[in-house]
Design a protein around this ligand. Structure first.
Ligand code: S3P
Length: 426
């Protein structure tokens, strides 16, 4: 994909459905009795992987574009998978499904593509083992493939060393099959979509501070889920509209759950003009339309409890920081190293190619912003969020930028370049 410096972005856009919520609608729908209908479901490759995993375990899932119908069979209705379960590139699928598989009366093996086979799974193996699960890394390297022998599970109180919704959700899902309540306490609050949606489907879940507790053996009932627009996808258009002078973009129906909205807080702290319109709390998740106007940005510090609320947006925030006046510090974000790529290394490498002054650190980046950036050839290392972040950088950089393996965006946003073009850019 070749992208040139461009004039103002103008218009309206509804970004696709939230990835985290789409995954969960299929998973929790499968474990519920009756029908779950998800609207505005994300048709990105990761969520399609989740659908195919549940089909492998006997669940009928009908997909017609962004409408998905899951014929749930209840908490104990999954059947032994037909073969090795393939989660593709999706960390959410492997980790959440591991929690579900640990409590089943059958054995299973779950794996994914070469990237997923390098991502850390000890973080779910440790708490699941404490619950009595039998879960082993086939190559004994702490990564997938994971071999899971269904076992009776015990309720635990897990003190998680990382603020990770994937770890928390894995343990809470295993807790549905345990013999007593299961709690997870995190160092900082991570996205709470599992808690909100499981409660909506009928589970007994309490949340207090950074602790979430689930009671075992609930009767879950299928529901209608209106998936809000993904704030992590909206992030690229928020950034592009802020950076390109004269832009004004309205992003319709974006999820603004406070455990996900850190980017909005950061761009406002940087001087970004972001207005929330039509705020609604219909359903389990709050939403709003976001009106973004181009703004001159200044540096900020991003750290601590804010990090889990914008973890997936840090690549595009780093792009904003490269154009902002002053030095932006991102810290407490070592998790970036174990995402779809090592996002500290890959962002640093590519920002430097465009002429930015950026230093990688152990847990983030220091970005001395305000230098003019120039077009370059970008290697996203097959990471969808890196490719989209540099498509944004390209709009505000001098000359022409070439993004290699640009179709990796299909993981979370198959229509990304078309939507960018719709705002008058590509
Ligand atoms: C996700 C949680 C986050 C996020 C990922 C989706 C989820 O990962 O980066 O894209 O749906 O629970 P961690 O929980 O590992 O931080």
């Amino acid at each position: 994909m070749v992208i040139q410096k461009h004039g103002p972005l103008r218009g309206e856009l509804a970004v696709p459905g939230d990835k985290s919520i789409s995954h969960r609608s299929v998973m929790f729908g499968a474990l519920s009795e009756g029908i779950t209908e998800a609207e505005n479901f994300l048709t990105g490759a990761d969520c399609l992987s989740t659908i195919s995993c549940f089909r492998q375990m006997g669940i009928l899932v009908e997909q017609n574009g962004t409408s998905v119908v899951v014929h749930g069979k209840g908490l104990h209705g999954l059947t032994r998978p037909s073969g090795i379960i393939d989660a593709g590139n999706s960390g959410t699928t492997v980790r959440l499904l591991s929690g579900i598989l640990a409590g089943q009366p059958f054995d299973s093996t779950i794996t994914g593509d070469t990237s997923i086979q390098k991502r850390p799974m000890k973080r779910v193996m440790t708490p699941l083992s404490q619950m009595g699960a039998s879960i082993a890394s086939v190559h004994e390297n702490g990564c997938a493939p994971l071999q899971i022998k269904g076992s009776p599970l015990h309720g635990i109180h897990y003190l998680s060393p990382v603020a990770s919704a994937q770890v928390k959700s894995c343990v809470l899902l295993a807790g549905l099959y345990a013999d007593a309540p299961t709690s997870v306490t995190e160092p900082a609050i991570s996205r709470n979509h599992s808690e909100l949606m499981l409660r909506y489907f009928g589970a007994d879940i309490q949340c207090e501070g950074t602790t979430s507790t689930v009671l075992p053996d609930p009767r879950l009932t299928g529901q209608k889920v209106n998936v809000p627009g993904d704030i992590s996808s909206a992030a690229y258009f928020i950034a592009a509209a802020l950076l390109v002078p004269g832009s004004e973009v309205l992003l319709k129906n974006v999820g603004i759950n406070p455990t996900r909205d850190g980017m909005l807080r950061v761009v406002r702290a940087m001087g970004g003009d972001v207005t929330l319109i039509n705020e609604s709390t219909g359903g389990a998740e709050p939403c709003a339309d976001l009106l973004i106007r181009s703004s001159s940005l200044h540096a900020t510090t991003i750290e601590g409890e804010l990090i889990p609320t914008l973890i997936d947006e840090l690549p595009v925030i780093a792009v904003l920081a490269a154009f902002a006046e002053g030095t932006t510090v991102i810290k407490d974000a070592a998790e970036l190293k174990v995402k779809e790529s090592d996002r500290i290394a890959v962002m640093t490498e590519n920002l430097k190619r465009m002429g930015a002054d950026v230093e990688p650190t152990d847990d983030g980046m220091i970005i001395h912003g305000g230098r003019p950036l120039h077009g370059a050839t970008i290697n996203p290392h097959l990471d969808h969020r890196i490719a989209m972040s540099f498509a944004v950088a390209a709009l505000a950089a001098d000359g022409e930028t070439k993004i290699q393996d640009a179709d990796c965006v299909k993981i979370s946003y198959p229509g990304f370049y078309t939507d960018l073009e719709g705002l008058g850019t590509v």
